[in-house]
Design a protein around this ligand. Sequence first.
Ligand code: SF4
Length: 154
Amino acid sequence: MMKIGFFSFTCCEGCTVMFIELLNKKFFEYASKVDIQNIRVLRSNETIGSLDIAFVEGAISTQSEVKKLKEIREKSQMVVALGSGAANGYPSNQRNSFDETRKKEIAPLVKKLHQLDEISPISKFVKVDDQINGCPVSEDELAVKMEGYLKKFS
Ligand code: SF4
């Protein structure tokens, strides 16, 4: 069984939802091949065990997210940036390019939410083995990628 987990940082969780959509077609195939350890939209499991693949969605915006991301990296053979947020920071990173006036306007909120000065893709903090782009990712591309990962980890 290929052990996987889905982890969501600063994002709308739409890319994990695309995986749930994919299960409409692939549930019975994956049921015997894939062990989903973590997937917040379906069940809560705060424990991060050792994984073959960690799918990470969302950009990184706080120090606590950096810490958790590093833990995920340590425990996973492969880290996949799932969607543009994790891969390149978009759309959460739009505030990086706000003008000074707008930055001053949002500063109290940034402080209140303990956010870092800049929103970053996950590759700023950990090694990333693969990425699936899109906001959200396409179900078809996700299916093709899963096929490749299953060959690698079966
Ligand atoms: S890449 Fe877009 S759709 Fe996917 S989780 Fe991030 S914001 Fe949502």
